[in-house]
Design a binder for this molecule. Structure first.
Ligand code: SF4
Length: 242
């Protein structure tokens, strides 16, 4: 007797294994993303550290300005950096200022009393250990007070022209929103980017994403309706857009 044919369809792999079926992920076209941002960059303000570097800022000026920029808006950083660097553009000159004088010059950057103390101490260390120069090695930079990976990478990239990826809040947020990385912290983002971002994009990536993040891909309610890369963005974890 012929076997009765069942009308049931075969169970899916997901039903058999209990695992959810995987959809193959299309690789993110990072070249197109970077190239598109480059074509729009002239519409946005360059980040303050890029501007200082492009005007011939020394590694010490980049280091001081980057420390001032932490938790501080670019326009406030730019003015404070100009004030202090016009008085003290070398470690030797900065060391002659006392903490109160430095505080006065850098006010109102965020955490200005702490930064004044750190800047003076950094000047002392540079004079004592590095012959008054900013070191060009990551480990030496990280040993300076108040210098984390973000600052060290920016000094290496903008101050010394080395290949480095500086991951700040904009780079971390946008790289995750577009789905290029999936990370919880800026430090993990840096290492994910070091793995997968082609080296030709390393030094421009921060500059582009900071400018883009300040104007369009804002932390809260990004301007997705005006975004030049909206067609490639899955808007991961974006709750509200404009
Ligand atoms: S579409 Fe929106 S979330 Fe995605 S990159 Fe553009 S502004 Fe950012």
């Amino acid at each position: 007797m012929p076997k009765k044919q069942s009308n049931k369809t075969a169970p899916s792999e997901a039903a058999v294994t209990g695992k959810s079926a995987r959809t193959p992920r299309v690789p993110f076209n990072i070249d197109r993303f970077v190239d598109t941002l480059k074509t729009h960059y002239h519409n946005w303000d360059a980040p303050v550290i890029t501007l200082i570097a492009s005007h011939g800022g020394s590694p010490f000026e980049i280091l001081v300005s980057t420390i001032l920029s932490l938790r501080t808006k670019d326009e406030v950083t730019a003015k404070a950096a100009k004030r202090i660097l016009s008085k003290a553009d070398t470690p030797a000159k900065l060391w002659t200022l006392d903490e109160k004088a430095i505080e006065k010059l850098i006010y109102p950057v965020g955490f200005y009393p702490t930064k004044a103390r750190q800047l003076r101490r950094i000047s002392q260390i540079l004079l004592e250990k590095f012959d008054g120069r900013v070191p060009d090695r990551m480990d030496d930079l990280l040993a300076l007070p108040g210098v984390g990976r973000k600052t060290a990478n920016l000094v290496l990239a903008e101050g010394f022209g080395q290949a480095a990826i500086c991951v700040d809040t904009h780079v971390h947020r946008i790289s995750n929103r577009i789905g290029y990385v999936s990370t919880r912290t800026p430090e993990k983002t840096e290492f994910a980017l070091r793995d997968q971002l082609p080296p030709r994009h390393w030094n421009i990536y921060n500059e582009l994403l900071v400018a883009f993040g300040q104007v369009l891909c804002r932390p809260i309610s990004p301007w997705c309706s005006r975004c030049p890369v909206a067609d490639m963005c899955p808007q991961i974890d974006v709750k509200k857009t404009r």
